[in-house]
Ligand binder design. Sequence first.
Ligand code: FUC
Length: 821
Amino acid sequence: MKKNLAIMFLLLVSCAVCAQKEIPPASTRIEKISANWFDRAEITSTAPKPDGQYTLWYQQPAKVWEEALPLGNGKLGAMVFGGVADERIQLNESTLWDGYPLDPNDPSSLENLPEVQRLLFEGKNNEAVKLAEQHMMGRPRGVKPFQSLGELWFDTPVMSVSNYVRSLDLSTAVTTTRFTADGAEYTREAFISPVDQVMVVRFTTKSKDGISFNLTLKRQMDALCEAVSGDPNSLSLKGRVNRKDENGNQRGLNFAAQVKAITKDGKAEVADGILKVSDAKEVTLLISGATNYPGLAKMLEGADPSIDPAAVCAETIAKAASKSYKKLKADHIAEHQRLFDRVDLALGETADDILALPTDQRLVLAKEKGIPDNGLVETFFQYGRYLLISSSRPGAMPANLQGIWAWQMNPPWNADYHTNINFQMNYWPAEITNLSELHLPMFDLMDALVKPGAKTAKVLYGADGWVVHHLTDAWGFTAPADGPQGIWPMGAAWLAQHPWEHYAFTGDDDFLRDRAYPLMKGAAEFILDFLVEAPEGTACPGKLVTNPSYSPENAFFLPDGSTTVFTYGATMDLEIIYDLLTHCIKACDILGVDPDFKRKCEETLANLAPIRISEKTGRIMEWAEDYKEVDPHHRHTSHLFGLHPGNQITTLGTPELAEAARKTLIARGDDGTGWGLAWKINMWNRLQDGDHAYKLLSVLLASKTLPNLFDNHPPFQIDGNFGATAAIAEMLLQSQSQNEDGSYNLQLLPSLPVALKDGSVKGLKARGGFVVDMDWKDGEVTKVKIISENGSVLNVSDGKNQFQTKTKKGQTIILSHSLKK
Ligand code: FUC
């Protein structure tokens, strides 16, 4: 028996070895591209943690895409797997979208709108759904996806290594893969330069064997890898998204990627789509990507035939090749640090034995203990900033559902711009974590949506202004998508909060006048036309409500027991409208413009249906009528928009609503999707319950965070990263409350959890143009340094003590314990 078992065991082992042997080297693999990756090398590691306070690191290569490490410069993105014998670098280009601009508006909408509204007011919700679905949906009913640009797969003869370590240093935006083979160290560094617009991968070794590898470029479809004529050191990938319009005309984007190997000694040649480098002392790969996307401002024109993406790639690489590696790297790091170094966070002590653990093991530990170590919270906070720096740079596309990183041709939810929470959440950390200029790509997209959004407003609702529904893409899709839940015309109104916030933080009057106000006013004009008076027999007769209306993305029971999603006057709509019109009124005052429009906003606000508290549950009502929700733990907490990101529900100003909001949050529960948790953490912060906020942050880190610290909806969705980073910042500093004179109140440590009772932060921003550095101990501020960038009035409170002063532009104010000067 024992002998039989031994033979079976041997057979199994040898089969496993055979199976491994059959896996070909990366450059010759023909398998379908998937999330998985196989590295043929035998790898061992007891390598210690690399340097850097904010470093993600691992003792094994990534086996799946969600373990790989992200790099990006807003335009180009890459996921580095850190393989040894077989390495994979997956590439993205932020403009590579399937699809083309089209007119999705159903002209039969407008004539059916009054009937849809009547049915909803009369409680015939599902009849309204049917009619609206027939006449109001976009044609087509959805958008096409953001796609992967391609992949760089290469193999080396190094098959057995020790001391393996791969890492991403957030403070330099450089990944490093290091290992020892035959006694010699090998190092690969990679970064994507925002200065030179190339990805740079550098191979060095102390081995006398030098560096040899075979490399190819590939994509799941629509592309070919070929040699670059006259250049034995380069390979290119070229293709066109295969997308035809209804007349059969090809409309897809052209795209290209190119890689060039610059070698010291050794040889490089290209044959059969493989770039072969042998016996080099050092190698630097320069990688570029491009498409003929016309840019956001011209997106309605479709692919630009005058752009040759392959030529753009070649030119970009040629320019970068004129710089030394040292210079490329130094310029890259300097530009990254210009943004990254603005903020520092230290949250008390983390034990040395925990600090010494690789990142994936720290996540496991967080799961076991139910709370993360403080060092992990610091890194996770900075990771959100890192991801925004890498996926949203001025002049490029804004961050989509996956930032800029997606390996598929059809990523989840198309990796689009979801405007019923997700896209906005991406930008919550932009201002408070001192990355204000990274907000700009969002405003570029908004500017671009005004024209198609105005058409949708006219055709579907007969309204002025511009509208966006619950999602959009790179081609200006503004009609309802997916299903009746897509008939949610509040996207532009919510988006318009962002330019206002940008103004509130920066105090940039030119921005308010030239960009923010026109966007806000256009979004408000739509709302003013769209609102209708609720008739007798409804929950709020005589009041202004939205209709049709929907509370993303919850369903409810009608009195007859059936379920539906459609109604009038959902609470979220009213809160978004309150937010928008309040900001418009303030903007009119500041700019001294549009008295008639201002008056209209004021009158509308005065007659808008109010937020209501349920007599049955004591919670904020999600809909105008006190319906019971189908999913009491639904991931969206839409009806608490007024608590966060709005500022209508506050503990001081509206204590009863705040209490009802607290009950609502408790009823929704402490679990959820990644972003759902991130939103609720922000809401608990606004209720100043730091411990509850921290409880949810712990759930997020322990169970909704992937090994590479990407947020996990599941699947990966980047909004949870951004939402959590903003939330950690708001535990320490809030500034949303404003006084009659327009000055803001800075609240220090408004929602500090006991777990973070000691710490320091440098460089957070507050509304009114203040930069805040602060130390705290045992939950109390011990020192705060505030720089006034605009010369606004400073009001600061630590919960017990207040300090107020007029400031001059550039003035520094230093306060000690109890906010004493
Ligand atoms: C909304 C959410 C989903 C997902 C999607 C991208 O529809 O309800 O959970 O996040 O956006």
